[in-house]
Design a protein around this ligand. Sequence first.
Ligand code: NAI
Ligand code: AKG
Length: 447
Amino acid sequence: MLHEKLASVYDNVLRRNPGETEFHQAVREVLESIGPVLGKHPEYAESKIIERICEPERQIIFRVPWEDDQGEVHINRGFRVEFNSALGPYKGGLRFHPSVYLGIVKFLGFEQIFKNSLTGLPIGGGKGGSDFDPKGRSEREIMRFCQSFMTELYRHLGEYTDVPAGDIGVGGREIGYLFGQYKRITNRYESGVITGKGIGYGGAQVRTEATGYGCAFFVEEMLKARGTSFDGKRVVVSGSGNVAIYTIEKVQQLGGTVVACSDSSGYVVDDKGIDLDLLKQVKEVERQRVDVYAKRRGGEAAFVAGRSVWEVPCEVAMPSATQNELTGRDAEILVRNGCIAVGEGANMPTMPEGVRVFREAGVAFGLGKAANAGGVATSALEMQQNASRDSWSFEFSERRLQEIMQDIHARCLATADEYGMPGDYVAGANIDGFKRVADAILALGLI
Ligand SMILES: NC(=O)C1=CN([C@@H]2O[C@H](COP(=O)(O)OP(=O)(O)OC[C@H]3O[C@@H](n4cnc5c(N)ncnc54)[C@H](O)[C@@H]3O)[C@@H](O)[C@H]2O)C=CC1
Ligand SMILES: O=C(O)CCC(=O)C(=O)O
């Protein structure tokens, strides 16, 4: 149920952004959480802070023409939504996936505002991407696409303005091509203009691992708060990209056994625990599907095509693929199978009905804004190192990441307590993330 004032804000969002269903969903979740804040802080409603937060500062849509290896011309659409810069330069990744349209970029940019605020670091919220499909494209085609994309986007970026990074379909390779083109066009070695760079040219230790490691650290804190740990627990991770792989790595280091992971073709189940070296070889080096993992693992693992990975029994679930990948029914199956904690590595992977099932069953539910904030937090650390011409060790960077995740976890719980909803990470994260941005907007005047 929405507070009366928020219901009218939400109606306006629906009216002004028709058809952008993922954006509506993301806005509704935040509005449902922040009702109690309005009672304590009438100044937010008086100054129309919520209306301002729901309206992006700037939306950029552009044409991306590029040529494939056969000389055929293709036209894709590029996006960058610069959502809110009250706390710092717009910060958030780029997604290359055929499903990308304005509604997806806006949901991601909106989530990013509160996530970035939760990190306590000086970064605003933004997101971008393209409906380009990198699947099956050659190295040269990927490079040409990235160069064309940056040839328009560069004019909107800057280390004090807008700082992109990776997301689905954009990893270290693409960041290299994007940064190279920015450097060429501007004739500036402006390292802090993009994050997720290679270690050899201004990148930061632990950025590759950060989202997955951070999510595992967050879940470790949730388990600790319930008097338990990863030790000996069966864990299921969806996806098998950047976030999934480094979630699996850290969960294994913390004593858990990851028994399944997936991609859009299906899932693999490996009861003795995923062989991470093999998974990295198949996914990071060869860029193959997960069924290849199962074939190479001999009799140890099985591939199940076209079904939901959430049917695999586990005590901890870590959705790390994409939005709305875990339905209400999946949540019911997980609860029935004894799942006690969920940590969202992906952005908004659990559908609203699934969130309701988990909360009613008393499952520790770590929403993406909090649980996957380690990636963008480490991007902010990369910007810090770039600005000071410094480079930190892996151990120091990982310690900083763990402290940030522990701090986010503690603040979520403290805020949930303060508002009379003990143990509710959804309320804690949304309220805490919202308040910091709202106070900054108030302080900066009519922006
Ligand atoms: N890379 C980062 O630092 C961060 C990523 N995220 C989120 O984590 C999620 C995964 O991102 P990355 O690992 O970076 O991307 P990636 O491109 O490395 O991996 C994406 C994975 O999700 C799977 N996938 C994508 N669409 C799917 C679909 N429709 N159905 C089933 N599986 C699908 C892919 O097969 C792949 O395994 C996304 O929701 C992203 O927004 C969140 C915070 C930071
Ligand atoms: O590292 C970044 O700037 C952004 C990471 C990201 O896209 C996310 O947190 O969803």
